[in-house]
Ligand binder design. Sequence first.
Ligand SMILES: C[S@@+](CC[C@H](N)C(=O)[O-])C[C@H]1O[C@@H](n2cnc3c(N)ncnc32)[C@H](O)[C@@H]1O
Length: 207
Amino acid sequence: MSFLGALFYDKLMKSTEEACLIDWRRELLKNVSGKVLEIGAGTGASLALYPKNSELEIFLSEPDANMRGQLEEKVSQKKLSNVVVLSSPGESIESKDDFFDVVFVSLVCCSVTDVQASLREIKRVLKPGGSFVFLEHVAAEAGSSRRKWQNRLNVFWRKIAGNCHLNRETEQHIRDAGFNIQNIRHESMRKAMSIVRPTIRGVATLN
Ligand SMILES: C[S@@+](CC[C@H](N)C(=O)[O-])C[C@H]1O[C@@H](n2cnc3c(N)ncnc32)[C@H](O)[C@@H]1O
């Protein structure tokens, strides 16, 4: 993410966050417990939405220095002693195997360099029986006019939006990686540009 992109990120996302994302994040995170890793935590949009549980250990990983600077500032302002900020990317997570109870991603699988490698890493660091919780914008239905626009604009969009791919088939990638999707919702992201509106959110496991 460019310096300016990171600087204005929260402002650009504000109306979408208020229209739907805050509610979706809160709902997805309400039952998390134990050791939780959030990959690509960005500026910390989900930080205030984790349950207030002193036994929760939260690891926020953000490889982009501009985004991470804001994340670290929020963590230190809130004086959160149960939160650790890491800098590793999804493709090489700084962790032992079988360590986390939950791995959470929001609007990240679209941006990682290698989505398959990132999903392999998530499998590696999740404890047996752990949960992979996701909230992602995804490719529109194949053949739809929205999908055609996503395909046309993808190269340009990646350049201006921190490598965000408009047309990633993330649900298929999650299934192909060997996860079992326990629940999934497909919903339009309100107050967002048409090309990023299709979303999926839910929980997947490895058993
Ligand atoms: C659209 S932002 C979403 C940020 C945050 N998760 C949220 O929901 O607001 C995408 C994030 O993915 C991060 N990202 C990009 N490539 C990544 C990678 N290879 N591994 C982990 N995170 C990555 C970016 O730095 C950025 O913070």
